[in-house]
Design a protein around this ligand. Structure first.
Ligand SMILES: NC(=O)c1ccc[n+]([C@@H]2O[C@H](COP(=O)([O-])OP(=O)(O)OC[C@H]3O[C@@H](n4cnc5c(N)ncnc54)[C@H](OP(=O)(O)O)[C@@H]3O)[C@@H](O)[C@H]2O)c1
Length: 157
């Protein structure tokens, strides 16, 4: 989505995910297990990223360090305090449904430039196993919980 809006995207991921994250549109993918990744972002962007999406809880510190002065950092991770607030502006958000937002995304789904990666499907009876998978902190894509028994009969899990 960021690339479609004209951004050059610098992303972080574990090494085994780098190819996948490039395919999603990132120009540069850095290993977040290497402690120097925020400095590398600052070097590559000539002073830091102007907009940051800090979507994983362990990236809040690094996201602030990788941001240029005056940058906006959006995050779904809610904290009483965020790092680097003297230099950057944090914008916490919640994943609330928005019809108008979905309408804006629809053409990208139609032309295939946006897809949803499904890691695995679980029947609702196996919800505990789905939670355990999420708790690993390294799921690639979404887990789908099937709650409709009729629909479940038509889907290969
Ligand atoms: N406010 C809301 O409405 C809302 C909604 C949903 C989620 N959230 C919050 O958003 C956050 C993300 O949730 P999630 O469901 O995506 O699951 P998650 O398990 O918290 O995050 C998974 C991601 O974290 C990355 N990661 C793991 N260890 C890392 C590290 N040391 N440094 C940097 N990245 C690391 C993983 O990348 P690799 O696999 O490549 O290592 C993976 O992409 C959570 O804190 C959750 O509570 C908030």
């Amino acid at each position: 989505m960021a690339r479609a809006l004209g951004a050059t995207v610098y992303a972080t991921a574990s090494p085994q995910r780098h190819e996948f994250v490039h395919k999603l549109g990132a120009a540069v993918v850095l290993d977040h297990n290497q402690p120097g990744w925020p400095d590398r972002v600052r070097e590559l962007t000539g002073g830091g990223a102007s907009k940051v999406l800090a979507i994983a809880e362990p990236t809040l510190e690094g996201g602030a360090a990788a941001a240029r002065d005056g940058a906006v950092i959006a995050t779904p991770v809610h904290r009483a305090e965020y790092p680097g607030t003297e230099r950057v502006r944090w914008q916490p958000y919640n994943g609330q449904p928005s019809g108008s937002g979905l309408i804006r995304l629809a053409p990208w789904f139609d032309d295939g430039s946006l897809t949803v990666e499904i890691a695995r499907r679980y029947y609702w009876q196996d919800a505990a196993a789905a939670h355990r998978e999420v708790e690993t902190g390294h799921t690639r894509g979404k887990l789908v919980l099937i709650v409709d028994d009729d629909l479940a009969a038509t889907i290969e899990v």
